[in-house]
Design a protein around this ligand. Structure first.
Ligand code: NAD
Length: 481
């Protein structure tokens, strides 16, 4: 088996873990083992499963500081945000555990006498999960906890850039009492992911990552399907700023939304659609603050912006910025790869970048950058601004800053996205509400929230006739001739 290293993006000579890349035969063995453990787990009452999930949350809470250090080291997130990543998993455990004693289905009155009608949920069997690197603890938790509650076995293929975080997450689950074999980990690049997505023993595939990979995974999964395939993909998230907006709030929100996690969140703010009356002042203020952001080792509390995941990613961002310049945009700040950040030998950083003079037709205004680049577009008319928001293939997150509530709610109604914030940046989702997007950001499923369980379970409709005689629906219905 080929080996690969997971390295610290801030100092690639620091190897965080070395793994054997899993081949198709090992994926097959993992699915078989998970299926065997799942048959027993499915017999455990739901509230008892929920207790295991709750304990996993407690283990993660206890280990939060240590795991945050690991997230920072393996994925380059600054410590504050790395702590948020772990906290999301803690919150998800608490939310999902509560679902173990909540409504599990619906009941309806029957059209016939002496008859009961209800729905319940049944597990899908083994869920194949393929996850990205940018929320290396949170995203596995978003998938694993509801899947466990629903009574499934799991084979998790984490990103090749975050295998150690995944190992630690699964170790926390095992410490909490998740039975042996129920969660299997397979490591590597595309090959184990593809083998998992097409394995006939996998009842559902849950994928989070980029649009191109999601398309491949879904197509492959359905070739040997049909089966449940849920996709959580990229974003091209916009912030609309109206002339009456509180600019102090906008500046804080734009900096956090665009440059937090070095712009490598699916919900990062990458377009600023601003009214011309305030555009000049706003850009000046954002640029001034962006220039003060300190690039550095993400494990140091003084660092504001960590590295991007690797050199190839920095070069891809650079080529997108250069292309924007050829299309007529200009750099208000940033716009350079930095390989010389103190204490980060070999780490690739990208300067927080603001591009002005961007047009909605430019590539930088349409494609996901996945880096700290904010494209500014000036648009006066509100309907026009909403058209620009909606003009891309993605529909994940969005926000509008306006003091006038009518303006804000008008936009909320018309923006085509899974998430809309008012007077807050495009990042900041909370666990109890659904998370996901419209258009090419996904295929209609939502993670988190009360319906997050839907991608990991199937509905079963149950009818019980205790009349002791044959009753024919739509034929013997009393009072209906
Ligand atoms: P990616 O698409 O490169 O990889 C995601 C996962 O797919 C990794 O585990 C990778 O090894 C695996 N993979 C790659 N090729 C595969 C194949 N042919 N078959 C099966 N698996 C394969 O994404 P990434 O760079 O890890 O993450 C960044 C992307 O994820 C961005 O586009 C971001 O917007 C998106 N994302 C979306 C959400 C969301 O909830 N909507 C959350 C986080 C990240």
């Amino acid at each position: 088996m080929a080996q690969f290293d997971s390295v610290n993006p801030a100092r690639p000579s620091d190897v965080v873990g070395t793994f054997a890349a899993t081949g198709a035969a090992e994926v097959d063995a993992a699915v078989t083992a998970a299926a065997e453990a799942q048959r027993r787990w499915a017999q455990v009452p739901v509230p008892a499963r929920a207790e295991v999930v709750a304990r996993a949350g407690e283990v993660l809470r206890r280990r939060k500081a240590e795991l945050a250090e690991l997230v920072a080291r393996e994925c380059g997130k600054i410590l504050l945000e790395a702590g948020g990543d772990v906290q999301e998993a803690v919150d998800m455990a608490s939310f999902v555990a509560g679902q173990g004693r909540s409504a599990w289905g619906e009941t309806v009155p029957s059209e016939l006498g002496s008859k009961l009608c209800w729905t319940t949920r049944q597990p899908v069997g083994v869920v194949g999960m393929i996850t990205p690197w940018n929320f290396p603890v949170a995203i596995p938790s978003w998938k694993c906890f509801p899947a466990l509650l629903a009574g499934n076995g799991i084979v998790l293929k984490p990103s090749e850039h975050a295998p150690v975080c995944a190992e630690e997450f699964v170790a926390a689950c095992r410490e909490a009492g998740v039975p042996d074999g129920l969660i299997q980990l397979v490591h590597g690049f595309a090959e184990p992911g593809a083998a998992l997505a097409t394995h006939p023993g996998v009842g559902a595939v849950s994928f989070t990552g980029s649009v191109p990979t999601g398309r491949k995974v879904a197509a492959a999964a359905m070739e040997t399907g049909p089966r449940l395939v849920s996709l959580e993909l990229g974003g091209k998230n916009a912030m609309v700023v109206r002339p009456d907006a509180d600019l102090d709030l906008v500046v804080d929100g734009a900096l956090f939304g665009a440059f937090g996690t070095a712009g490598q969140r699916c919900t990062s703010t990458s377009r600023l659609i601003v009214h011309p009356d305030v555009a000049g002042e706003l850009v000046d203020r954002i640029v001034k603050r962006a220039l003060d952001l300190r690039l550095g080792d993400p494990t140091r509390p003084s660092t504001d912006v960590g590295p991007v995941i690797n050199r190839a990613s920095a070069e891809r961002i650079q080529s997108m910025v250069e292309h924007a310049l050829t299309e007529g945009a200009s750099v208000a700040c940033g716009g350079r790869v930095r390989l010389d950040v103190e204490g980060c030998d070999g780490g690739a950083f990208y300067e927080p970048t603001v591009l002005v003079g961007v047009d909605r037709a430019h590539r930088i205004a349409r494609e996901e950058v996945f880096g700290p680049v904010l494209a500014v577009m000036e648009v006066a008319d509100l309907d026009d601004a909403i058209d620009v928001v909606n003009s891309v293939e993605y529909g994940l997150s969005s926000c509008i800053y306006a003091r006038d509530i009518n303006t804000a709610l008008y936009a909320v109604d018309r923006i085509d996205a899974g998430i809309v914030y008012v007077n807050a940046p495009t990042i900041g989702a909370e666990i109890p509400l659904p998370f996901g997007g419209t258009k090419h950001t996904g295929n209609g499923f939502r993670e988190a929230g009360a319906r997050g369980i839907e991608q990991f379970s199937q509905l079963k409709t149950v009818y019980v006739d205790y009349s002791g005689r044959l009753q024919r629906a739509q034929i013997d219905t009393p009072g209906v001739s």
